[in-house]
Each structure stands twice: as structure tokens, then as C-alpha cells.
Ligand binder design. Structure first.
Ligand SMILES: C[S@@+](CC[C@H](N)C(=O)[O-])C[C@H]1O[C@@H](n2cnc3c(N)ncnc32)[C@H](O)[C@@H]1O
Length: 232
């Protein structure tokens, strides 16, 4: 079992209730991509990479209930919470996938990911972005809501200091705080600009950051965007 599987397995049952405390910009962070997802009007399929308990997919589902969802994760306990969340819905599928070293099975119109890809080393991030590009249908959209380093060391340390201060005073219980700080040791943040370039390197032509608040950023790209995609 990897450290990621061990740490996320241990928190899976309490995970959802802690999110609002641990992500000070929770609402904007998770909602900012929804209008862009809406522009992929002919979308039928969506993949959530590192879906965990299905928090991000839930928000997309509320907006686009007819999509076929595939939730992929390396942690069985996290996915089992997601299975309970979407119990009874026949447009949900769950796959055990380690995206650090496997190809992405299938093709999708939309691929999303939140707070998962920052667990990869940079070389593996590029490899994953290449695989995401290949797994997207033409006109498809990729969104990564993730944590990135600040543009300079000073800003990065200020952001991290602010985050620690905010969550320490958020009301989250002591044990949960300790576990959350412990999980940050698994983080391998990369700069936003580096990752935008990685997406271009992978083949994405339309790439941008649509939201940023300190270390939290939402960015992505369209694959071979056409005029239909661009018209809202
Ligand atoms: C912080 S949680 C985020 C879960 C969910 N996306 C969210 O926003 O609430 C990170 C998730 O990424 C998964 N993960 C990390 N590395 C992974 C990998 N190499 N392959 C698949 N899943 C991975 C973890 O198991 C965990 O469920």
C-alpha cells in the first residue's frame, strides 16, 4: 500500500465534513469551472481523475445530470464513499486507477480533477497531461482544480503561512488538523505557469487559468476547440 492510499484511506469517512475548513476558498474553487463545462454542449461522458469521495463530480452532476460519469481513484475507501454518494444512479462508474503509471482507459468529452495531480512528481504530471490529451475527444475540455506553488519563493511561503493560520483558526478539531498537516508532506506542488506550458506541450491549444486564490488554482484547456465550443 502506498502512503497516499494509507493516508486517504484513513480519512475517507471524515473527508467531506473537513473540506470547507481546509479549503478557505471552497465555493469559488469548486464552482468556477462549471460555466466552462456548460459550454461543451454536446458532452456525453466525463472522467474525474483522483475523484476521491466524489465531491467535485457531485457539483458537475448537479449542473449536468445526464452525463455518463467515470470516477477514478487509487484509494478503495475514498471510492467507496463516492459509491454511497451516487448509489442508485445508473450513469456512474467507478474504476481503480493509479494515474501516475497507467494509461487512461476510454475516451471522454470532459476530464476533471481536483486536488489530486499535485501528488505527482513533475515528470509524471507531464506524462499524465499527455495521457489526458489523448483520452479527450475532439472539442473536449480538461479542468484541473489543484494546488500550485506561488510564483516566487516569498509569495509561496506567504500563501502557505496564510493557509496554516486560516485552517488552524477554522474550528477544525486538533486531530483533523494534525492529519491534514501530515498529508501536506505528500504534496508536490508545481508552479501554475509550468503546468500551463505542460498542457500546451501535451497538445492543448486553448489553455488558461480561470481562477486563482493563493496556492489554489483552477486551470485547463480545450482540445482542438472549435467555434461551437467557444460560443456561449
Ligand atoms: C485530496 S483528495 C481529492 C479528492 C477529490 N478530487 C476532491 O476534490 O475532494 C486526493 C485524491 O487523489 C487520489 N490520488 C492521489 N494520487 C493518485 C494516483 N496516482 N492515482 C489515482 N488517484 C490518486 C487520492 O487517493 C485521493 O482520493
Amino acid at each position: 500500500m502506498t502512503e497516499i492510499q494509507e493516508k486517504f484511506g484513513a480519512v475517507s469517512k471524515q473527508y467531506d465534513s473537513q473540506r470547507q475548513y481546509l479549503i478557505p476558498c471552497f465555493n469559488d474553487f469548486y464552482h468556477s469551472c462549471l460555466p466552462f463545462i456548460k459550454t461543451v454542449t454536446n458532452a456525453k461522458t466525463i472522467l474525474d481523475l483522483g475523484a476521491g469521495t466524489g465531491l467535485f463530480s457531485q457539483l458537475v452532476y448537479e449542473q449536468n445530470p445526464h452525463l455518463q460519469f467515470t470516477l477514478a481513484d487509487i484509494s478503495a475507501p475514498m471510492l467507496s464513499v463516492a459509491k454511497e454518494r451516487f448509489d442508485g444512479l445508473d450513469n456512474f462508474k467507478f474504476i481503480d486507477l493509479d494515474f501516475s503509471n497507467s494509461d487512461i482507459p476510454g475516451k471522454y468529452d470532459i476530464i476533471i480533477s481536483s486536488l489530486a495531480i499535485h501528488h505527482l512528481e513533475d515528470a509524471h504530471k507531464q506524462n499524465l497531461y499527455n495521457n489526458v490529451f489523448k483520452a479527450l475527444n475532439e472539442g473536449g475540455l480538461f479542468i484541473n482544480a489543484d494546488q500550485v506553488t506561488g510564483r516566487t519563493m516569498l509569495f509561496d511561503s506567504l500563501y502557505k503561512y496564510e493557509w496554516r493560520e486560516t485552517v488552524s483558526h477554522s474550528g477544525l478539531d486538533h486531530e483533523a488538523l494534525i492529519q491534514a498537516f501530515e498529508r501536506t508532506k505528500l504534496d508536490k506542488f508545481a508552479p501554475l505557469e509550468t503546468q500551463l506550458k505542460m498542457l500546451e506541450e501535451a497538445g492543448f491549444t486553448e489553455v488558461d487559468c480561470i481562477y486563482k486564490n493563493m496556492n489554489f488554482a483552477v486551470f485547463g484547456g480545450f482540445k482542438d476547440a472549435n467555434i461551437e465550443t467557444a460560443v456561449i
